[in-house]
Design a binder for this molecule. Structure first.
Ligand code: ADP
Ligand code: MG
Length: 611
């Protein structure tokens, strides 16, 4: 008797297959950000603007000015294994693009509501496509800019398990910020904007690597890093490393890139740590931005799409080169502490430094340099640990205004010498105030007074806060929605050791194992900046503790700077108030980090301008 055996193997419907594949590519909102930013870079964009809502769970929107797509490609791009980047297997070994699998858009389209508007430069009109549940919900002609706008809404709306797995908005946003930085740092020539819940988080203009690195690290960062560079047949190394005295207790800014692709490597990290051996205290982490260029055939990027590890054929050799390059730079830096400010991206390194032969690493550090010795040593000028931070800036050599200004190459004309301190009496009439960007202009006898309102508010808040900080806690506001954040182990330790300090600063926080609950925050902070500010303060406490800085100044300054980031003057009466408050500060011409606040543009100068 013939038995009827039921066929059990079925082909998965495309949508289900895409959803399963999506699980690999799209693990959380930051994976979407990574994929879409990579696509924009691959499309040759020079401006990329990202806007995120609610940690990415409700909206991830990205606009680029890259190549755009024509109507056919715009439809094709949502199909799995549809890519313009490789055609043959060999292409995998000479990859110069970030993407190549042709899976990202198909995956994202399967687990979110996606809207795509795109136009090629030559085309008159663009195309607007909407994908819902893996199906095309709209396909029409549209008038739009050259480039591509992709909006990803309601991520995982049809995959509840994934959605429930998402962490708090702020944790998800932290991941997004990482993904953003991995790409933004590697592409300094491209300008990037990142908004979260309509708040500007980063606005990075097109720049060289130095500037990008310092823009990411923050003000005065130019003082805290030095360049590295070396070239052999196997690997070209460039980048910036934090000076030994800026090593942090928490692992903060550590970035490796190979051929402009971010990767993680505990092996190479070990090489960096080894180079710093004896120069930084144990269990501290140097900052680094290290770029490797190697023959794409000698690395394997063809591993899991969300993995950040990369296999190197010549791993051990690269380890040695990394170690010796950093040691050489450290040695050089201690001998010539101001050198890095004069160097442009093409480093003017001593003969024999470039194209070095393949040898075991040699150690060329300044033998007299001892970061733990408050007197300094060797280069002498290179550290200022024991000096009061007030005069010194954060834990580095005297932050000479001229030094870090010359560090930037873009339009930073030095301010002319000031003859006499301008005062409130110079302001002729408050009625004539003019608000332009962050500046307030007002006529004075000799010309026009220009006030940097952001620096002004730093000075005002600093003066108001520092006094009371020492005596009683700063004013606090309870948060409408308490914030929860999971901390790193080291951070937990720091917070629990310094609960009193944070209270004094105006925080109301509670620790529950590794989760910190923020119930109240200093009044001067903007609600959206609370978490980030607290993180910065945690770092700062650790740093101050380690370097015995003037903690009060350091923390209050950090917080005030944070508050100032969110500060806006929206009308004349606010401007007037600010001027009144500013001039009542004894030090009203300089910000607490010693940047000029006021400048008088004399009629002579104005006349010159119009010639
Ligand atoms: P991959 O990047 O691996 O090729 P994706 O699914 O990310 O796969 O994208 C599919 C294709 O869609 C790309 O190969 C590219 O041709 C096109 N594409 C995606 N995003 C953009 C964009 N922002 N601008 C222009 N073309 C794009
Ligand atoms: Mg891609």
């Amino acid at each position: 008797m013939a038995m009827f055996i039921m066929q059990v193997i079925k082909r998965l419907p495309t949508q289900l297959a895409n959803q399963i594949a999506a699980g690999e590519v799209v693990q959380r909102p930051s994976s979407v950000v990574k994929e879409l930013m990579e696509n924009a870079i691959d499309a040759g964009a020079t401006e990329i603007s990202l806007s995120i809502k609610d940690g990415g769970r409700t909206l991830i929107s990205i606009q680029d000015n890259g190549s755009g797509m024509n109507a056919e490609d715009a439809l094709l791009c949502f199909e799995r294994h549809a890519t313009s980047k490789i055609v043959a297997i060999d292409d995998l070994f000479k990859l110069t693009t970030m993407g190549f699998r042709g899976e990202a858009l198909a995956s994202i389209g399967a687990v979110a509501h996606v809207s795509l508007k795109t136009k090629r430069e030559a085309a008159l009109t663009g195309v607007h496509i909407k994908m819902e549940g893996g199906n095309i919900a709209l396909n029409e002609e549209v008038v739009c800019l050259k480039g591509t706008l992709i909006e990803v809404k309601n991520l995982f709306y049809n995959v509840p398990a994934r959605r429930n797995f998402l962490k708090s908005d702020s944790i998800e946003f932290n991941h997004i910020e990482d993904a953003f930085l991995y790409i933004a740092i590697a592409h300094p020539e491209v300008s990037f904007i990142l908004h979260h819940n309509n708040q500007a988080i980063y606005n990075l203009s097109s720049a060289n690597l130095k500037r990008r690195v310092t823009d990411v690290l923050g003000k005065n960062a130019g003082d805290r890093v030095f360049p590295i560079a070396s070239e052999t047949d196997i690997v070209k190394l460039t980048g910036f490393i934090g000076k030994p005295e800026t090593a942090k207790k928490t692992r903060g800014s550590q970035f490796f890139f190979v051929n402009k692709r971010f990767f993680k490597s505990s092996y190479f990290n070990h090489a960096v740590l080894k180079a710093f051996e004896g120069l930084i205290p144990e269990k501290t982490h140097p900052t680094y931005f290290i770029f490797l260029e190697v023959d794409p055939a000698k690395i394997d990027v063809n591993i899991h799409p969300t993995k950040t590890e990369i296999k190197f054929e010549e791993e051990r050799f690269i380890y040695s080169i990394l170690l010796s390059t950093i040691r050489q730079s450290l040695g050089m830096f201690n001998l010539m502490p101001s050198l890095d400010f004069e160097l442009e991206t093409a480093f003017d390194l001593p003969a024999g430094f470039n194209k070095q032969p393949i040898v075991e690493p040699t150690i060329q550090v300044d033998p007299n340099f001892n970061p733990f010795n408050p007197q300094g040593g060797g280069g002498g000028k290179s550290n200022g640990f024991s000096k009061g931070i007030k005069e010194q800036g954060f834990g580095s050599s005297t932050p000479s205004e001229a030094d870090w200004r010359s560090f930037y190459t873009i339009n930073e004309t030095p301010l002319p010498e000031q003859q006499q301190l301008p005062g409130l009496a110079d302001v002729q009439s408050m009625a004539d105030l003019l608000l332009v960007g962050r500046y307030i202009f007002t006529p004075v006898k000799t010309g026009v007074m220009m006030i940097d309102s952001k620096r002004a508010i730093e000075r005002i808040l600093y003066d108001e806060s520092i006094e009371s900080f020492v005596k009683h806690p700063l004013n606090q506001q309870m948060l409408l929605f308490p914030i929860e954040k999971t901390l790193e182990k080291q951070e937990v330790r720091i917070v629990s050791n310094h609960l009193k300090t944070f209270e004094q600063l105006g925080f109301n926080i509670a620790l529950q194992e590794e989760v910190i609950h923020i119930l109240g925050a200093p009044e001067i902070l903007h609600e959206n900046g609370v978490v980030q500010c607290l993180e910065e303060l945690i770092d700062r406490v650790a740093y101050s503790e380690q370097h015995q800085e003037d903690v009060a100044h350091s923390l209050v300054l950090q917080m005030v700077k944070h508050a100032a980031r969110y500060h806006r003057i929206s009308n004349k009466s606010e401007a007037e108030m600010q001027i009144q408050r500013l001039f009542s500060c004894p030090d009203h011409t300089l910000s607490p980090s010693n940047e000029p606040i006021i400048q008088i543009l004399a009629f002579e100068q104005l006349n010159q301008l119009i010639k």
